[in-house]
Design a protein around this ligand. Structure first.
Ligand SMILES: NC(=O)c1ccc[n+]([C@@H]2O[C@H](COP(=O)([O-])OP(=O)(O)OC[C@H]3O[C@@H](n4cnc5c(N)ncnc54)[C@H](OP(=O)(O)O)[C@@H]3O)[C@@H](O)[C@H]2O)c1
Length: 306
């Protein structure tokens, strides 16, 4: 596959920085949007400069200056947007650029659960999926070539903490098991999401498709996550089952938007809506381009073992 001109929007973000790295590693001509709004944020600036040192081309543009965005988009064949969900409106502006810039493939900021399959998600976290669906509809209405990448649960957010709320590290003595703990989810290492996103960008088989990243060994229930951890750590944890009602009551008034992902993962366990495993899929990259090189959940445990 030939080298591609790629623009990454949101390149200093959690998933964005990984996609920049991977795009450079693949030898693509990699542009990274530099927003003047970062102002005095020295960390961001230094990250951008480090991308430049590695071969990226920084392109200055602002969401409040439409012309600058158009000029940035005109430089490339593929735009990968990795902005955080809360910046959905800016994201929506970005896709309007397609109307003036020809046939560039657009990867909207997704990479998590498939919003098209989250219609039954519960407020308040469902706003994330609703907003992503608004962007999808705008893309499809505008006939913009697209690829949606769904990686489900980011491993660092959901694995080491055994999917407990309010912590990213393993529980020491006890943990909550949600419902019967048997509903399965897909866990994907963030660097691997970046790798397979970049693999997908100029592959004709992924054009106008949703790509599901589902490493077979990483499709696990909460009970399985806990079992693996207990074996590795050599320590048994006290398990407290929590019912849907108690869980919802405990969350009342405490959910911050940032925790929306946890919230939905947990609720999905109750309602058994993790339909990734049962629904017919449109395209599973694993079937056409085997996910041979990915990190299993054990890796995430090994990094946090005492
Ligand atoms: N399923 C999961 O487990 C999971 C977990 C986390 C995230 N996600 C998904 O992954 C995607 C990326 O999330 P993330 O956590 O990587 O995001 P993030 O790190 O919070 O932010 C990404 C970038 O968005 C840009 N941005 C911030 N404010 C902006 C503004 N006002 N206007 C324009 N750009 C702005 C910034 O990039 P620059 O300053 O470089 O422009 C920022 O670094 C989202 O779609 C999210 O839903 C899924």
């Amino acid at each position: 596959m030939g080298k591609t001109k790629v623009l990454i929007v949101g390149g200093t973000g959690y998933i964005g920085r990984r996609i920049v790295k991977e795009s450079l590693a693949e030898g693509h001509i990699t542009y990274v949007l530099q927003r003047p709004e970062i102002g005095l944020d020295i960390e961001k600036l230094q990250m951008l400069l480090s991308f430049k040192k590695q071969g990226a081309r920084l392109v200055e543009a602002s969401f409040s200056d439409h012309r600058s965005l158009v000029e940035a988009v005109k430089l490339v064949d593929v735009v990968i947007c990795t902005m955080s969900g809360v910046h959905f409106r800016s994201h929506n502006i970005l896709l309007q650029l397609k109307l003036v810039s020809g046939y560039i493939r657009f990867l909207p900021s997704e990479f998590g659960m498939d919003p098209a399959r989250m219609g039954d998600a519960i407020e308040p976290g469902r706003v994330t999926f609703d907003e992503k669906m608004v962007v999808r509809r705008a893309i499809e209405d505008s006939k913009i070539p697209f690829t949606y990448v769904c990686g489900c649960c980011f491993a660092a957010y959901f694995v080491p903490n055994l999917s407990q709320l309010a912590t990213l590290t393993p529980p020491k003595d006890k943990l909550f098991i949600y419902g019967d703990g048997n509903a399965k989810a897909v866990f994907m290492d963030e660097d691997d999401i970046a790798t397979y996103t970049v693999k997908a960008i100029n592959d004709p088989r992924t054009l106008n498709k949703t790509v599901y990243l589902r490493p077979p060994e990483n499709v696990l229930s909460q009970t399985q996550l806990v079992d693996i951890w207990e074996k590795l750590s050599g320590k048994n944890l006290e398990k407290i089952s929590i019912s849907k009602e108690d869980f919802l009551a405990s969350m009342k008034g405490t959910i911050r938007k940032r925790n929306g992902f946890y919230f939905y993962f947990l609720l999905l366990n109750y309602f058994k809506l993790l339909i990734y495993l049962t629904l017919k899929i449109r395209l599973d990259l694993g079937q056409i381009d085997p996910l041979t090189n990915y990190l299993m959940v054990n890796y995430h445990y090994l990094t946090v073992l005492p």
